[in-house]
Structure formats: C-alpha cells, structure tokens
Design a protein. Structure first.
Length: 229
C-alpha cells in the first residue's frame, strides 16, 4: 500500500515538498546532516553512508554538500521500496548505489555503515521494531543514526503548524499530485506517530544511545541523533 502510494506521487514529490513545507524541508535536511556530522569523530575516510527510505535522493544530495564543506568524502547507498521514487533518484544522485528494498529487511552485511539516515521515512514503516533492529545491524559499532521526522508539539507554534498540516497540506497535495489520499495519509501517520521522546525510548531499548534531540522551526519536525552501541 505504501509502495503504491509513493509510486503514484513520485513525479511531483519534490515540488509538493517545497510547496507544503514553504521551502523549509531543505533547511530541515541540512540541519539533520549538520547535527549528525557534528556528533561523529571521523577516523576513516571515505565515510560509508546509507540513506534508508531515500525517496528521490534529497538527503544524499544534502549530505554530500555538507561533507564537501568539511573536506570529507562519502560512499553513498540509498534504499527505498518505491521503484518510481528511485527512478527519479537515479537522475539526481548518480553517485549513489541505489537499491529497491525495505527497511525491515535490508540487503547489506552487518556493520557496513558509519552513518545511516532516515528522513520522513520511519512513520511509513509497516514494522518499526524490525526496522530499528535492521538499522542497528547495518551500522558499525559507534556509528550514527539520524532520524528526521514529523511530530506534534504541544507549544502554540506547534499547534499552529499542525493545524496548517491537517487542513492545507492535503489540498496542496491533491492539486499537485492528483492524489489527495496520499497527503491525508501523511496527516494520519503524523497523528498516530509516537512523540520524539517515546521514539528515543524505542531506540534506547534496542542498542542505541541518544546523542541529541532537537525540534525544528516551526515545531512540526524534529531531529534525533543516536549512536549504535
Ligand atoms: C516521505 S518519503 C521521504 C523520502 C526522502 N527520505 C525525503 O527526505 O524526501 C518516504 C519514503 O519512504 C519509502 N518507504 C516507505 N516505507 C518503506 C519501507 N518499509 N522500506 C523502505 N522504504 C520505505 C517510500 O517509498 C518513500 O520514498
């Protein structure tokens, strides 16, 4: 169901992201990349980096820019269950090795990566517990995981951002992709998602140590950085 949903919106996914987030999604990804790089002491180069639920590849583009700014280099791997999203990623991130697959069963050996990112993907996973175990398995000990995700925040700003998301986002999504249902799914999945603190607990129970949790303006998205034990 999730794969079909993302296949159907893939062509207009990037444009819709820019519109519904008023351009903020790029800033959020940049902050996530900066936070995870700040938390990592680099011993080996190039860094091996996996982006899970990579979609059209924006997170990898962003990470490569942030690495260049630090005179670092990376070997990039991207995984996604939607062929159509990956078709677009192939054009945008030709430097990355892209695979079709699921977060719940990843096609990589144990301890492969220095950094793993999941941007706006976790909410969609059908079995989050299994995906967390897989994220732990494919990371090197001491490696970093960065999660970028939506959640509801009880502050006034957070409540206003949630109201905008609930009411305006499905309308823009319907106008740009023709699939209003997909953007209703976005709203429903945010509503059903645990708080960042609860999510942090889920990771800590499964072999991760939290390195940082931070809300992003306007308090509808957050970054969670974790270290794999
Ligand atoms: C909201 S998009 C995020 C894409 C990208 N990370 C970004 O920042 O724009 C969610 C992506 O997760 C993928 N996805 C959903 N469930 C998945 C799963 N179980 N395993 C792998 N990819 C999945 C979808 O195909 C989609 O491309």
């Amino acid at each position: 169901m999730v794969r079909e949903l993302f296949d159907s919106i893939a062509k207009r996914y990037d444009l819709t992201n820019r519109l519904i987030s008023l351009g903020l999604d790029r800033l959020w990804r940049r902050k996530a990349c900066e936070e995870v790089l700040k938390s990592l002491e680099v011993r080996e180069r190039p860094l091996k980096i996996l982006d899970v639920a990579c979609g059209t590849g924006d997170m990898m583009l962003c990470m490569r820019k942030r690495l260049e700014k630090r005179n670092l280099s990376g070997e990039f791997y991207g995984l996604d269950c939607s062929e159509e999203m990956l078709r677009i990623a192939r054009r945008k991130v030709p430097f990355a090795r892209l695979s079709v697959g699921t977060a719940e069963e990843m096609p990589y050996p144990d301890g492969s990566f220095d950094i793993v990112s999941v941007a706006f993907g976790l909410r969609n996973f059908s079995d989050r517990e299994k995906a967390i175990e897989e994220l732990h398995r494919v990371l090197k000990p001491g490696g970093r995981l960065v999660i970028l995700e939506f959640s509801k925040n009880p502050s006034l700003l957070g409540k206003m951002a949630w109201l905008y998301t609930r009411t305006v986002v499905p309308i823009i999504g319907k106008l740009t992709t023709g699939n209003g249902k997909a953007y209703e799914h976005l709203v429903n999945s945010i509503d059903a998602f645990p708080s960042p603190e609860e999510l942090r607990g889920e990771f800590e129970e499964r072999g991760f140590r939290a390195k940082g949790l931070r809300w992003l303006f306007p308090r509808i998205a957050f970054i969670l950085v974790l270290e794999r034990h």
